[in-house]
Design a protein around this ligand. Structure first.
Ligand code: SAH
Ligand code: SF4
Length: 387
């Protein structure tokens, strides 16, 4: 257990009046082309202009047209008159004792969304959200207890990366291992495959070689099992896939991951077998949350390896992260290790995920609600103390 600490909490004041001009962040190249054509950019300059502005936004992190010094003054003025480049507001940034950073961001409509940066040895992973809340109701997941508020736009999804790069001062660095944000996981709030088009557009921006330039192998999308969109993910994004598997019989999976009632284990695993480019170096990650007495027996471990047999895979064991009122407990450490041994002996890597950022409630399945709860308790304290 981590010791209680006072995290580094930075509160940034709310922006006064949001500008209503269209924002260029999150637009695909073809949409940018149309936008620039609409303000009178000559046809033969369009591709060049898109490339220039794309580079400024996604390679250099520019947020002002004034900084785009290779564009004429007149063109810059015309851009500024018609468009904007904004970031969501950072409401709070918390830094855990283990270096994990959690950003609470405010987006259009006053909604709030979280992103988490997890530094590791020689790499760093940014965990981003795709929806505010979730329509699915996996009973062990705190996000699942919240109603879906709305899908994030492609701009809001990509902006989580841009904000973390601003904060970590990571603009203009070459691609590869030396980057602080070397990997992206879509494992924050929401079911990414219920917001497919926006997630796809955002990830295509993240992968674009003239911008953020992250390899598709460094992006992992986690899904509870939306089978038709798994097929589209392979075809239209091509990133790495993680499946929230969590149970080895349809009976138990129907309860733990309710989308299983629609897409059963056999159908899900067939989509995994058909996922393109699978090999020893491109494996599917099966996430498996360890719930005491529910899904953590030796028989479960043996069924699991049998089910995924033949799929290039690694199994990520996630010790359950409890939240107040959660109906489950974390499996004992010995149980998790015994489970991992069976999986390992069958030839699968089975890393046990170390919970990160526990002191700032940044662990898997705890996002957003934690902040709501903190607020509520702050309100309660204020009421009690009359402040
Ligand atoms: N909706 C997607 C992605 C977000 S959840 C999905 O379900 O895959 C990211 C991962 O955290 C999933 O594997 C999810 O099952 C897991 N998770 C959710 N709540 C958790 C909790 N309380 N403890 C541990 N893992 C949890
Ligand atoms: Fe939604 Fe994923 Fe949580 Fe299930 S685990 S409720 S799909 S965010």
């Amino acid at each position: 257990m981590s010791a209680p600490i006072t995290p580094d909490l930075v509160t940034i004041p709310r922006k006064q009046s949001p500008d209503s001009k269209p924002d260029l962040i999150g637009l695909r190249r073809d949409a940018l082309k149309t936008a620039f054509a609409n303000i009178g950019t000559p046809e033969k300059q369009l591709n060049m202009r898109v490339n220039q502005i794309w580079g400024w936004m996604y390679q250099k992190g520019a947020t002002s047209f004034d900084d785009m010094t290779n564009l004429s003054k007149d063109f810059r003025a015309s851009l500024a008159e018609n468009f904007q480049i904004t970031r969501p507001e950072i409401v709070t940034r918390q830094i855990s004792t283990d270096g994990t950073r959690k950003y609470l961001l405010r987006i259009a409509g006053g909604h709030e969304v979280e992103a988490v940066y997890i530094p590791e040895k020689n790499r760093g992973t940014l965990c981003i959200s795709s929806q505010i809340g979730c329509t699915l109701t996996c009973p062990f997941c705190h996000t699942g207890t919240q109603k879906l508020v709305r899908n994030l736009t492609a701009g809001e999804i990509v902006s989580q990366i841009l904000i973390a790069r601003d904060d970590l001062e990571e603009w203009d660095k070459p691609a590869g291992d030396k980057r602080l944000i070397s990997n992206i996981v879509l494992m924050g709030m929401g079911e990414p495959l219920y917001n497919f088009d926006n997630v796809r557009d955002a990830m295509l921006i993240a992968m674009d070689n003239e911008g953020i330039s992250l390899s598709r192998r460094r992006i992992t999308l986690s899904t509870s099992g939306v089978v038709p969109e798994i097929i589209r993910t392979g075809a239209e994004i091509g990133c790495m896939l993680a499946i929230s598997f969590h149970a080895t019989t349809d009976d138990i999976r129907d309860k733990l991951v309710p989308i299983n009632r629609k897409h059963k284990i056999a159908e899900l695993l067939q989509a995994c077998r058909d996922y393109p480019r699978l090999s020893n170096s491109e494996r599917i990650t099966f996430e498996y949350v360890m719930l005491k007495g529910i899904n953590d027996s030796n028989a479960d471990a043996r069924r699991l390896v049998k089910l995924i047999s033949g799929i290039p895979a690694k199994i990520n064991l996630i010790p359950f992260n409890p939240w107040p009122g959660s109906p489950y407990a974390r499996s004992d450490w010995e149980r998790i290790e015994a489970f991992a041994d069976i999986v390992n002996d069958a030839g699968y890597a089975s890393p046990i995920r170390t919970p990160r950022g526990e002191d700032i409630m940044a662990a898997c399945g705890q996002l957003k609600s934690a902040t709501e709860r903190q607020r509520k308790s702050a309100k309660k304290i204020a009421q009690e103390t009359g402040t």
